[in-house]
Ligand binder design. Structure first.
Ligand code: PLP
Length: 452
């Protein structure tokens, strides 16, 4: 091996999250009440989320929001996370590019999701809430929330997309290890679930449906709130610890990224790694490319439409201004369950419209090929979601090989794939395929959404 692989030294944990909303030239549009079409205020969200998360959701004025001490203490059990120079991958690609990755897979639950699960559970506990509900796709968010709830002594009920419940039994087991009650969605336990199952008994579920069920349970259970692991502004806010640490660590390495890459489900890990660097583009005129990578099977940023749409299948949530494929969209059964969501968060959607970032879509096969290459060089099996970021990084590094440019590429390794070996097995035995939905599959019927 040419050079010794090194881990950059850890730095101080951030004391504040970065609220990019406060610094955006054109701010995200407000959430709307679906009945009155009036902008949602924090108080309107109190019955759904913790009060503090609700206030953070609509906060467009405070640039920095303090991380509570209790949350920082729990962060310090696994943060700061390593920033790694991927020398072995660079060598295998024979590229002059410098490739760095921020390794969020070292969290106790194996993904970045714990960064938001901890504060969300903390605020619920502090406000006297006893029960928490949520949805989960691949199970990463459900696992993170189950553990966070255990830390604070909260009851946790998780609706898991049925496809993932069956594809990833170990993830369900892990949520149960942490004491959560897990129900495959759609289920007969809610009206939203029944409405689907009575028409289509073999429905595989979607994140949109699981959200409807979790919201319905929260609304009909006393002292219970709903939590979400992606999409929303307060979730993106919590994830900025990733980029704030990475910024300091890149400084220690004496470099600054030319390109920042992350996979894209609803936007939380992308926001987390990108926003603290985007701050320097907004305030200091830095020229950095920010690339969100979505799966070809669920391409809301590259092929969706900007509109007001519901965050869930049944239409219980406020209307969200976002790039969307329509809340009734049923994505193909790819293994990157965390990327199977119909919409993109309001902040990221606005940043796309402000030309602050780019998006690409990548097929399942290319992403797993990239995942294998990464595993065989860097020794970490990446989550199928994270494989999408790696695949784009490899494309960029190959471009550098052609042009001879020594670009600095930073990507976020959002999670590990130790519980996704079944998916790798299928890839290696050539039983997986790519999914390219047609335009007709993608375009939401216009009575489903509210065009802006
Ligand atoms: C949930 C998840 C994602 C996708 O969600 P974002 O909010 O877009 O980050 C990506 N990677 C992993 C490992 C996940 O668990």
């Amino acid at each position: 091996m040419r050079q010794k692989r090194f881990l950059l030294p850890t730095t101080e944990l951030p004391t504040h999250w970065y609220n990019i909303q406060a610094e955006m030239a054109t701010k995200p549009l407000p959430l709307l009440n679906p009945q009155t079409h009036k902008p949602i205020q924090a108080e309107d969200l109190f019955p759904l989320f913790s009060r503090e998360a609700s206030r953070q959701e609509v906060n467009q004025t405070d640039v920095w929001i303090e991380i509570p001490d209790e949350v920082r203490q729990l962060y310090s059990n696994y943060r700061t996370t390593p920033l790694v120079r991927a020398y072995a991958l660079e060598e295998a690609l024979d590229t002059p590019a410098h490739i760095y990755f921020k390794n969020e897979s070292v969290s106790p639950v194996g993904s970045h999701k714990l960064n938001s699960a901890i504060p969300q559970a903390y605020y619920c506990k502090k406000e006297g809430i006893t029960n928490v509900t949520t949805e989960t796709g691949a199970g990463q968010w459900g696992t993170a929330l189950a553990y966070a709830c255990k830390l604070f002594g909260l009851e946790c009920a998780v609706y898991q997309v049925k496809l993932s419940y069956e594809q990833k039994p170990y993830r369900r087991g892990m949520m149960q290890v942490f004491g959560a009650q897990v129900t495959p969605s759609p289920s007969m336990s809610t009206r939203a679930g029944k409405d689907i199952l009575t028409v289509d008994p073999h429905n595989n579920g979607s994140l949109g449906t699981a959200i409807s069920e979790a919201v319905e349970l929260a609304r009909t259970t006393p002292n219970c709130r709903y939590t979400l692991g992606s999409v929303l502004n307060h979730v993106s806010l919590h994830q900025t610890v990733i980029g704030l640490e990475a910024e300091k660590q890149m400084e220690l390495a004496g470099e600054y990224p030319d390109i920042v890459v992350a996979c894209f489900g609803g936007g939380s890990n992308f926001s987390g790694i990108a926003f603290p660097f985007m701050r320097h583009t907004i305030n200091g005129g830095r020229k950095t490319r920010f690339i969100a990578v979505e799966p070809t099977s669920c391409p809301k940023l590259t092929r969706g439409r900007f509109a007001y749409d519901f965050g869930d299948e049944a239409g219980y949530t406020p209307l969200i201004p976002m790039y969307t494929l329509g809340h009734k969209f049923q994505p193909a059964s790819i293994h990157a369950g965390g990327l199977r969501y119909h919409g993109a968060g309001p902040i990221v959607s606005q940043l796309m419209r402000n030309n602050m970032m780019e998006a690409v879509d990548i097929g399942q096969l290319e992403s797993f090929r990239a995942g294998l290459m990464f595993a065989r060089t860097e020794g970490i099996v990446p989550a199928p979601e994270s494989c999408h970021a790696i695949a784009e990084t490899i494309r960029l590094a190959k471009e550098c090989r052609e042009t001879g440019e020594e670009k600095v590429i930073l990507f976020n390794l959002s999670g590990h794939g130790m519980l996704d070996i079944g998916a790798y097995d299928q890839f290696m035995s050539h039983t997986l395929s790519d999914e390219y939905p047609s335009d007709e599959d993608l375009l939401p019927p216009s009575d489903d959404i509210l065009l802006i």
